[in-house]
Design a protein around this ligand. Structure first.
Ligand code: SF4
Length: 142
């Protein structure tokens, strides 16, 4: 029997909302850094592409796990994933998790580090363990 792995090139796809605020920019930078740190295990996924049917299917077919980051409590990424019925295995909404208000400014170095640590922790969990997939087809871990 052929291995399923052969057809699943990404252990983990990371999606972020790319929000134009401090946590959004910090998350974008953190995701790039984490991709650089784990080039063989994960990559950034294209969040807006889930509205394109064949891209949505490709995302589902080619990722073992998916992590979604929203930068603020508006939760645009979660709403988009829910609307397109794309299940995720991990979800972080940064302003609530970090107990910080949304700032429409570039992030400080301290926030960059904090966001990187927060996302990295989720990544390690998903790469190290068989975390249960959210079976409701939503980003409903919030
Ligand atoms: S979740 Fe917040 S930061 Fe992200 S795109 Fe939506 S409004 Fe912008």
């Amino acid at each position: 029997m052929q291995s399923q792995r052969k057809h699943v090139p990404y252990k983990l796809l990371i999606f972020t909302c790319y929000g134009g605020c401090a946590t959004g920019v910090a998350a974008s930078k953190a995701c790039i850094r984490i991709w650089e740190e784990h080039p063989d295990e994960l990559k950034i996924g294209c969040l807006p592409a889930v509205v394109v049917p064949w891209k949505r299917q490709e995302i589902l077919d080619r990722s073992e796990k998916r992590l979604l980051i929203d930068a603020c409590a508006v939760r645009c990424g979660a709403k988009l994933m829910e609307r397109e019925d794309v299940a995720v295995d991990g979800y972080v909404e940064l302003t609530t998790t970090l107990r910080r208000g949304k700032q429409k400014a570039l992030p400080s170095r301290e926030l960059d580090e904090l966001v990187h640590q927060t996302i990295e922790k989720e990544v390690e969990k998903l790469l190290d363990t068989g975390t249960e997939r959210n079976t409701e087809g939503t980003a409903g871990q919030t």
